[in-house]
Ligand binder design. Structure first.
Ligand code: FES
Length: 203
């Protein structure tokens, strides 16, 4: 039962309703990606919805719910399994992809929030037959053991060297510190990245 308003004319329940709405509005206003997801959410909350994602230069129609992550779409709908589910919160760096050229963790991005953006995965960078300079260097310097972290490291290294083509070893160590290798292959990863930087960072 609604409490009788006090001298101020506001009931406690009415105040709380108002505060929640204001807090939600503030959160949406200050987080564009979340706001976008919620906008879409009003249309998709009843069930899955088809959206278009641009991945490795191609548009893909995918079926998502508001809670679906980019990583889930990549792995389970597009069969792009380079980005890995490891930490789930982005702390391992294993799900690193490029979004509009910036390294981001696919495990922490909602698929609906990256509509209209250019997404690039490790599969979009050369491959077995036409490896790019980073991929070649990782092979040459034996920069992997189990390989689970490797796609994330390759994408992060590529993004870092694109931005810092003449990076020093110290720069590279700092630039790649968001990626974790449980096998401890860091020395080889750093050597591979240094080799690419010495070659001008391109390829
Ligand atoms: S090579 Fe195994 S986690 Fe990095």
């Amino acid at each position: 039962m609604e409490k009788t308003p006090g001298k101020t004319g506001f009931s406690r329940r009415a105040f709380l309703k108002g505060s929640s709405a204001a807090a939600a509005a503030t959160a949406l206003a200050t987080a564009p990606d979340v706001a976008e997801a919620h906008q879409v959410g009003t249309a998709v909350l009843a069930g899955p919805t088809v959206i278009v994602l641009t991945v490795n230069g191609k548009d893909h129609k995918v079926n998502v719910e508001p809670r679906t992550t980019l990583l889930e779409v990549l792995r389970y709908q597009l069969d792009l399994t380079g980005a890995k589910p490891v930490s789930g919160d982005g702390s391992s760096g294993a799900s690193t992809v490029l979004v509009d050229g910036k390294p981001m963790m696919a495990s922490t991005l909602l698929a609906v929030a990256v509509r209209g953006k250019k997404i690039e995965t490790v599969e979009g960078r050369g491959g077995e037959k036409t490896p790019d300079a980073v991929q070649k260097a990782f092979v040459q310097y034996d920069a992997q053991q189990c390989g689970f972290c490797t796609p994330g490291f390759v994408v992060a290294t590529r993004a870092f060297l694109d931005k810092n083509p003449k990076a020093t070893e110290a720069d590279i160590r700092g630039g790649l510190n968001g990626n974790i290798c449980r096998c401890g292959t860091y020395a080889n990863v750093i050597q591979a990245a240094i080799a690419v930087a010495k070659g001008g960072g391109n390829g």
